[in-house]
Design a binder for this molecule. Structure first.
Ligand code: ATP
Ligand code: MG
Length: 449
């Protein structure tokens, strides 16, 4: 009792022995048919064995908002081993917290055992760093505790597909109706435990049209620096979610409004303060948003290449001003920018290679004579490089005539193409000599790529 009381005080708020508000179907209207087949199978199978089982987290939130959840998570009082035994196609995963992935056809449902919040005797089970960031957290708990350790009230709703009830411990349903994003417990403490929650707040608010409640919002600016302690791979994961949320433009605006872009990502840091760079980044985000909303594919490598382009440009110019020939200077600049990013944000190797190719093709798109445009058309990354060029044109960095030239060249028949090639006449002579030097450098650079 005392432990529970202390625990409640500790989490920033005095809880009476908290009972969920059980909200019936008729007042929330979320029908079980909207739950995926796999999640339904999982909850039914568990419940048949007398385990508690609920759809939980983002899926319930998005169903309530009339959205279509990306994926379904299930929470249960069965242990991972018990869950594992019930489903043939399942696997125990997770480092910070062990959970079970259950697969049905192409779908995977993540099943986690209710997690505890405090009162941990086992020092091994929960470990925090000197800023309060929780490094490991492997304690099972009750459903009520599981609700309390979640981040926002609207993420702590439990939906029972059998009864079609929502179990709400923290007023999340009311917050959803008011479109309010509110942290459970003491916001500062919760951000200290896991600084990524600040990014989640911004992403959720921006992507779901919610307002961050004043108490949850206030500490963010002051605690923004804690993001520096988050492992780069986790930041990268969160940035991917943010940039591919379909509302990236809004997310980035809000990151800036909350003071979260500084030091978080060098790419947002510098770029958003250069007028041409900002225009370029915003255009890239807008295009990404439009593609995602239209259900088209998007490439992380393309977007990251765009976000970092103006840093590459700056480093490139710098190299040239030190007398490095253009193409080697570009390669140096690419390496330098990637190195800085790797420290902050672990961009996976496979994206890195694609990004460099997109960048490296940019100078080649300016060469429009002889066989070069033909060779470029055959290049595996031509399409990405061309799309990238169009963004550069649209942002005012490159003469739009060049983008239009490539658009036409791709569609043109052979005769028209021949006519389009930039002729090597008198006025071009000086340029030709320069270009010759460039292509020499290009040949050596080509050997690298
Ligand atoms: P989305 O899937 O759109 O990113 P989500 O809320 O489902 O949003 P997930 O990362 O899938 O996000 O997490 C599932 C649930 O786990 C959340 O709804 C929340 O209840 C809980 N959760 C996730 N991250 C945290 C965190 N950093 N701190 C506390 N709870 C979290
Ligand atoms: Mg989710």
């Amino acid at each position: 009792m005392i432990a529970r009381f202390l625990g409640n005080v500790f989490s920033g708020r005095i809880f009476r022995a908290r009972q969920p508000k059980i909200i019936p179907f008729k007042s929330h209207g979320v029908a079980r048919e909207r739950v995926s087949r796999c999640a339904l199978t999982v909850t039914q199978t568990l419940q048949r064995r007398d385990f508690a089982a609920f759809v939980v987290g983002g899926a319930v939130r998005d169903l309530m908002l009339d959205g279509e959840p990306k994926d379904f998570d299930v929470a249960t009082d069965a242990t991972p081993e018990q869950v594992r035994e019930l489903f043939r196609r399942s696997r125990i995963n997770g480092r910070r917290f062990r959970l079970v992935h259950v697969m049905c056809g192409p779908e995977t449902v993540e099943v986690s055992t209710f997690r505890g919040t405090q009162g941990v005797e086992d020092a091994d089970a929960r470990v925090a760093d000197e800023h309060g960031r929780i490094l490991r957290d492997n304690v099972f708990g009750t459903q009520e505790q599981d609700a309390r350790r979640r981040d926002f009230t609207i993420n702590a709703l439990f939906y029972d597909p059998a009864s079609q009830e929502i179990w709400d411990y923290h007023g999340g349903v009311d917050d959803l109706r008011k479109r309010r994003l509110r942290m459970i417990g003491d916001p500062e403490k919760r951000y200290r435990e896991d600084p990524v929650r600040m990014l989640r707040a911004v992403r959720l608010a921006a992507s779901r049209d919610l307002r961050i409640d004043a108490r949850s919002r206030k500490p963010i600016r002051r605690l923004a620096h804690l993001l520096a302690n988050v492992p780069p791979s986790r930041l990268f994961e969160e940035m991917l979610k943010l940039l591919f949320s379909g509302r990236a433009l809004e997310c980035v605006r809000q990151l800036r409004a909350e003071g979260l872009h500084h030091g978080l990502l060098p790419l947002l840091d510098v770029i958003l303060e250069q007028p041409l760079g900002e225009r370029f980044v915003m255009l890239a985000l807008k295009t990404t948003d439009e593609r995602i909303r239209a259900g088209k594919s998007v490439s992380p490598a393309f977007l990251f290449a765009a976000l970092l382009w103006h840093q590459v440009l700056a480093a490139w110019k710098n190299g040239e001003s030190r007398g490095v020939p253009p193409v080697p200077a570009l390669y140096e600049a690419m390496e330098q920018v990637m190195r800085v990013q790797a420290e902050k944000l672990a961009i996976p190797r496979r994206f890195g290679a694609d990004m460099k190719e997109i960048w490296a093709l940019q100078p080649r798109l300016l060469q429009r004579s002889g066989r070069r445009p033909y060779r470029l058309l055959e290049h595996l990354r031509f399409r990405a490089a061309y799309d990238f060029l169009l963004l550069r044109c649209e942002s005012g960095e490159v003469d739009p005539e060049i983008g239009a030239w490539w658009t036409r060249f791709q569609r043109a028949g052979e005769t028209e193409r021949q006519e389009m090639l930039v002729q090597e006449g008198e006025p071009k002579k000086r340029r030709r000599r320069r270009r010759k030097k460039r292509s020499d450098a290009g040949a050596s650079a080509g050997a690298e790529g």
